[in-house]
Design a protein around this ligand. Sequence first.
Ligand SMILES: [Zn+2]
Length: 245
Amino acid sequence: MNADTAIQLRLLDLQAADTALAQLAHRRRTLPELAAIADADRNAEAIHNEVVEAQTAVADIELEQRRLENDVDTVRTRASRDQARLEAGGLPSRELEGLQHEIVSLARRQATLEDELLDVMERAEDAESTLSDATKRHEAVVAERSDLEARRDAAFAEIDAAAGQRSPERDGIAADMPADLLSLYEKARAHGGTGAAMVRQRRCEGCHMELSGSELSAARSADPDVVVRCDNCRAILVRTAESGL
Ligand SMILES: [Zn+2]
């Protein structure tokens, strides 16, 4: 394939634009904020589960507390009714004995229930503090995530603006290239990552291998219009005064 030396030189501008665009795309894909956001998501999910668990525990304990409070009320009501009957007097001695016995056992039952109630109230306090701790940690990780998102979006905007400047430049150079040369360039780029490379001091700047033997003599003897390629990386070799040939 033949191409004007000026066109061959333009291949280096095309490669520079493509390299810059590839670097921008790589930076966009590998922004540290992306990994940090994924971490924050995992954290938020785990802490959210803790919050739900703590909410369930608090609700369960509240239910238990209400049940005990109802039981205490029932026992108290019954004891005061018994007490009133006792104070009204005039009961047959057997009934009186039964009533006194019941008052004693109700008092014992009430004491047991009140102990249980105290225990439940203590557990409620613990569960609420666990819930408040998990809720605070969840809020913190959500805030951290939104901070990371803002930083990611700022970086995206910066990268996209740079790419938005480079892309038309790249397209403009490509539009001026002969179709067969452009397609050879694209093929080389797909193969080894470099479409066109300058030869500097006999070295391919694409793969940094030194030209030697038949490759060197071919590059030396080829007419300047002939398109030469690197045996190693397949890049189109652009020869200049700095090529050392
Ligand atoms: Zn090479």
